[in-house]
Each structure stands twice: as structure tokens, then as C-alpha cells.
Unconditional design. Structure first.
Length: 626
């Protein structure tokens, strides 16, 4: 009898009547009912958090015209993340206690004052109150703690950004004031540079002034000495000039009379010429002779005419001399009158020159000191200018966009850039590898509630132990394959879980089903009724050690060997790689472990078939039958 015939006989036995057919159908649907309904119920619970009732309490009175607590509450109420209800503190407390609200977030009085005090260097830690009740639901409290932490982080970022912005605005103000000071320092340095140059020129001028006054003072002293007799000499000069002027006036009078007589003589001679010419013409003298006579007279008059001209010129010069001598006499008189004051002024000028010379010397000495001080002041102002300009470069002066970005970075300096090699997408998809593996084991387990692990007829007919074992397993393998195909169809089409590589995942699921059915078959074949119990024990051990929910590294160290030895952890790992990212070289290790379990289980089943060929009393009448 072949193994296939043994398997077909077992399947034919289960489908002989209507009720057995329904039982076999139920066996095929057990993994579907377990895994698909669980995954459907937990497909994406986070998308339905808006159905979870939560309370928010606001007692904040605000500060400086702003109520941060009110702002936070308004954002929560508008967010729609939960079914928020704004209530009083007593209502929130009673609601959480009576399961009316899953949790409550309270914003106490003084919240804004504590937060806004950071920007004024009056730091106080603001507090957000979280009220939970694990008697309602433990995960609700866990979710609430995450929400409260997110609220705290959001508020911290918001207030930190504002405080940092005010801090940076202060830098801008400081920058502006320092810029004004630097501009003033630049002007001061330029002015002092010019002053330094002018001071040097003034010092040179003061030295030249002192030197010139040093030369002027002796000259003024000499002039004073030489002019001390000036008043008496000027008086004598005035007297002499007056006498000269009087004599010149007499000479001028005499010269005027001579000039007048000479002019009269010329006039008379002119009249004589005219009368003589007329008389000669009257006596009948020809005109030519008349002209000869007149010409002879003209020659005779020439010396008289020349003398008259000289007399007239001399008279004019004598008149000018008389006038000039009078002016000299008047000037000498004025000089005589002013010479005492002039002599006194020269004496005073000499004394003042001596004082001015001494003062100029002191000025030159003081100017040297002033030049030194000015140089030091100019050097100091240049250092001040350079220092302010250099310091100005070190002071931040961001524009508005840069300041806002910087403030946000200060408040929240670290960002998370998630780079996921694989993403499940939803909570249900994340648990799918675990529950598919678990459902496959449960499916294999329930199959042998009806299937016989070893065919008695084949054993009594003397069939080889391997054929008997293989035949007993093949019937469960066929039903197990049907189980996973139906299960994957429901998980993908009905529940909506996306599988990255469906063909590879189905092929791997068939391998898992073949392995699990082989292991459960081996337990039932070798241990009989006790094998069913051992299959349940292995299920429990794999539940706690496979790492289906939390990473397996988080289980107690004592359970590590179970994770390494038992097959479900490898089934879960393989499903994750195929459902999320596709096959990798690591999945080959999972396949190798499952194949090893499959072959080992068939060997154990073969050993059990060999053992069952010898009938014993305990085999014919077992103490425990399931």
C-alpha cells in the first residue's frame, strides 16, 4: 500500500458522510477564523482613536495678555485625535474613575506664567496633569502617556521658539546699538585723526610763533629805545617845516606877480604887432614887406616869449612847492602831536612783545604735551573703533526668516529622518506574520482531532513504516495547504493587508504548514493521546518565545533557548521578510530550519510507525483516549 493511497483512504473516510464533510470544512476554516478575525479586529486601531473619549481641563489664567493653556486646549479640541471633552477638574476625575473618559489632561493655573517666564530669565517648570485608570484599559493609559508627552514636547518647542526668538531679537537690538557706537567710534577716530594732524600743524605754528616772537621782542625793544626822543625831534621838525612853508608862500606870491607882469607884457606885444601891421598897411607898405617887418619883430620877441614860458612854469612849480611845503608843515605838526602817543605805543608794544614771546614759549611747550595726549587719544579711539567693528562682526544679526528658523532649531534641535527599509503600514499588518504562523499551528493541531496519525489497516497489512508515516502525514498536509490558501485569500482580499511578494509568501506559508503538520503528526503518532497535549504545550511555549509581538530579544534570558530551538520564530521571521520587503539571504536560514523540522518530524513518525507494528495491551486499550 503506497503512502498516497493511505492518505486518500484517510481523506475518503473523513468525507464519507455529510457531517464528516462539514467537519473537514470546519478544520480547513479554523486558521481563517482565528487569524483573519483577529487581524480584522486589530487592522488599524490607531485610525479609530477619535472614538476614544478623553477629557481636557483648563484652569490657566494666562499671563501678559496670553493664555497658552487655552491655546493648547483649543488645538487638542480641534485636532480630532481623540473624542475630546472640555470639562471641570471634578468632572474629569469622576469621568476617568467611572470609565466615562479613558484619560484626562489638565492644564493648571499659572501654566502660562511659568512658561512665559523663561523669556524673562524667571524660569519655572510648567506642569501638565495626566489622569489615567488602568482599571478601564491598560493600553488607554499607555496611549495617554504618549499623548501627554507629545503635548509637552509641542508646548516646549513652541515656547522655546518664542523665547529663542526674543533672545535673538535682543541680539539684533544689541547689534544695532553696537553698530551705532561703532559708527560714532569711526567718526571719533576720523575726527581725532584730523585733530592729530591739525595739532601737529598747530604745534609747528606755535613753535614758529615762539621763534618769531623771540625775534620780534628784541626788535620792539630796539625800536622803543630809538624812538624815545621822537616827540622832541618831531616838534623841531614841525617848527622848521612851518618856517619853510611861510618862506615858500612868500616866494610863491612874488613869483605869481612876476608871472602876471610877464603875461601882461606878452599881451601888450601882441597888441603892438597888430597895430603896427595895420599902420604899415595904411601907409601903403606892401603886404610882403608888412610880413617881413612882423617876422623881424617875431624874431626879436622870441627871447621874451621863451622867458615868459619859463616864468609861467616856474610860477606853477613855486605854487606847488608852497602848497607841498604847507602840507609838509601840517603833517609835521600832526606827527609832532602824535609822536608822544606813538612813542608810548611802541614802548607798550615792546613790553607786550616780551610778554607775548614768553606766552608763546609756554604755548609751544603746552602744545607739545597736547600733541602727545592727542596722539594717545587718537590711538585709543582707533583701537576702540577696531574693537567695536570686530565685536560687531561677532554679534548675530539675523533677518526675520533666519531668526525664526534659528529659534525653531534652538527649541527643537534634533529632527528624526525616518528611513525605513520596510514598513508594515498598520497595526494589523505588523502582527500578521505572528498570527498567520500561530493560526497555521492551530490549524495543524485541530486536524488531528479527526485525522488518524497512522492508518491501522496499513500497519496490519505490513506496509513499510515510512509509507505508513508518510501516508498519515499527507492527508493532513493536503488539508493544511487548503487552510493557508484560504487564510491568505481572506487576509489579503477581505482584511486588506498588503503583501509585498504574494507568491513567495504563499509558497513559504505552504512550507510552514507542511512543517507544522509534520511536527504535530509526529507528536500524535509517537505519543498517541499525549501527543495532542504536547502539541498544545508547544503552542504555549512558542507563543511566549517566538517574538511575534515584541522583539524576541526582550524576552527573559531563560526563554532564549526556546526561541532558538522551536520553529515558529523562524516562520514569523520568514513571513516578515516576504510580506514587507521580499526575500533576502536570511530567509534561506528560516527555510533550512523548517525543512530540518519537516524531515525530522517524518523520521519521528516513521519511528512511531515501526514501533506501532508490534501490538501491545496498552496500544489495544490505552489508559487515556482523546
Amino acid at each position: 500500500m503506497t503512502a498516497i493511497r493511505i492518505a486518500l483512504n484517510e481523506l475518503r473516510r473523513l468525507s464519507a458522510g455529510k457531517l464528516p464533510k462539514l467537519a473537514m470544512l470546519a478544520l480547513v476554516l479554523v486558521p481563517l477564523l482565528y487569524a483573519s478575525f483577529y487581524l480584522y479586529a486589530n487592522f488599524d486601531p490607531y485610525s479609530r482613536l477619535d472614538k476614544l473619549p478623553a477629557a481636557v481641563v483648563v484652569n490657566d489664567q494666562g499671563s501678559d495678555g496670553r493664555n497658552v493653556g487655552r491655546e493648547v486646549a483649543d488645538e487638542l479640541l480641534k485636532s480630532g485625535t481623540f473624542q475630546w471633552h472640555e470639562v471641570s477638574a471634578d468632572e474629569a476625575k469622576a469621568g476617568v474613575r467611572d470609565d466615562k473618559y479613558s484619560f484626562a489632561i489638565g492644564i493648571p493655573a499659572g501654566f502660562s506664567q511659568a512658561l512665559l517666564g523663561v523669556g524673562t530669565f524667571q524660569p519655572q517648570q510648567a506642569t501638565v496633569t495626566l489622569t489615567t485608570n488602568d482599571a478601564n484599559n491598560y493600553l488607554s493609559g499607555t496611549i495617554a502617556k504618549q499623548v501627554a508627552e507629545q503635548v509637552r514636547k509641542t508646548i516646549a518647542e513652541k515656547v522655546g521658539s518664542e523665547a529663542a526668538d526674543r533672545f535673538l531679537v535682543g541680539f539684533s537690538t544689541i547689534y544695532g546699538k553696537i553698530a551705532e557706537a561703532a559708527s560714532g567710534a569711526n567718526k571719533l577716530a576720523d575726527g581725532l585723526g584730523q585733530l592729530k594732524s591739525g595739532q601737529a600743524q598747530l604745534s609747528d605754528g606755535a613753535n614758529q610763533l615762539a621763534s618769531g616772537l623771540g625775534q620780534l621782542s628784541p626788535g620792539l625793544n630796539t625800536l622803543r629805545d630809538k624812538t624815545k626822543d621822537l616827540p622832541s625831534q618831531a616838534s623841531k621838525l614841525a617848527d622848521g617845516a612851518s618856517q619853510v612853508a611861510a618862506g615858500n608862500a612868500k616866494i610863491a606870491s612874488t613869483a605869481s606877480a612876476v608871472a602876471s607882469a610877464s603875461a601882461d607884457l606878452q599881451s601888450n606885444l601882441n597888441s603892438v604887432n597888430g597895430s603896427l601891421a595895420q599902420k604899415l598897411r595904411a601907409d601903403g607898405l606892401p603886404e610882403a614887406q608888412v610880413q617881413q617887418v612882423l617876422s623881424a619883430l617875431g624874431t626879436l620877441r622870441a627871447p621874451l616869449d621863451s622867458a615868459n614860458t619859463k616864468i609861467q612854469d616856474a610860477n606853477s612849480q613855486v605854487s606847488q612847492l608852497a602848497s607841498g611845503s604847507k602840507q609838509v608843515a601840517d603833517g609835521a605838526a600832526q606827527l609832532s602831536a602824535a609822536s608822544p602817543q606813538l612813542a608810548s605805543g611802541i614802548a607798550q608794544a615792546a613790553d607786550a612783545g616780551n610778554q607775548l614771546s614768553a606766552g608763546a614759549t609756554k604755548l609751544a611747550d603746552g602744545e607739545k604735551t597736547a600733541v602727545t595726549a592727542t596722539n594717545q587719544l587718537a590711538d585709543g579711539s582707533a583701537q576702540l573703533r577696531d574693537g567695536l567693528n570686530e565685536g560687531l562682526k561677532q554679534i548675530p544679526n539675523p533677518d526675520d526668516p533666519t531668526r525664526s528658523a534659528t529659534a525653531n532649531t534652538i527649541a527643537d534641535p534634533v529632527a528624526i529622518n525616518s528611513a525605513s527599509a520596510a514598513s508594515a503600514g498598520t497595526y494589523g499588518a505588523g502582527l500578521a506574520p505572528f498570527f498567520i504562523s500561530l493560526a497555521t499551528w492551530i490549524g495543524a493541531f485541530v486536524l488531528f482531532l479527526l485525522l488518524r496519525p497512522l492508518a491501522t489497516r496499513a500497519l496490519t497489512a505490513g506496509a513499510s513504516p515510512f509509507r505508513v508515516a508518510l501516508g498519515g502525514w499527507l492527508s493532513s498536509a493536503v488539508l493544511g495547504i487548503a487552510q493557508v490558501i484560504v487564510l491568505f485569500g481572506a487576509v489579503t482580499w477581505l482584511v486588506g493587508i498588503h503583501i509585498a511578494h504574494p507568491l513567495g509568501a504563499i509558497g513559504f506559508a505552504i512550507l510552514v504548514s507542511l512543517t507544522f503538520t509534520a511536527v504535530v503528526h509526529a507528536l500524535n503518532a509517537f505519543f498517541g493521546a499525549v501527543g495532542k497535549f504536547l502539541g498544545l504545550v508547544l503552542l504555549v511555549l512558542q507563543l511566549v518565545s517566538a517574538g511575534g509581538t515584541f522583539p524576541w530579544q526582550t524576552i527573559p534570558d531563560a526563554l532564549y533557548p526556546l526561541h532558538i530551538v522551536l520553529p515558529m520564530g523562524y516562520a514569523i521571521d520568514g513571513f516578515r521578510h516576504l510580506m514587507y520587503t521580499g526575500a533576502s539571504t536570511k530567509i534561506l536560514g528560516d527555510i533550512a530550519v523548517l525543512l530540518t523540522y519537516l524531515v525530522g518530524a517524518l523520521l519521528v513518525s516513521t519511528l512511531a510507525a515501526r514501533k506501532r507494528r508490534v501490538w501491545t495491551v496498552s496500544a489495544l486499550k490505552p489508559e487515556l483516549s482523546l
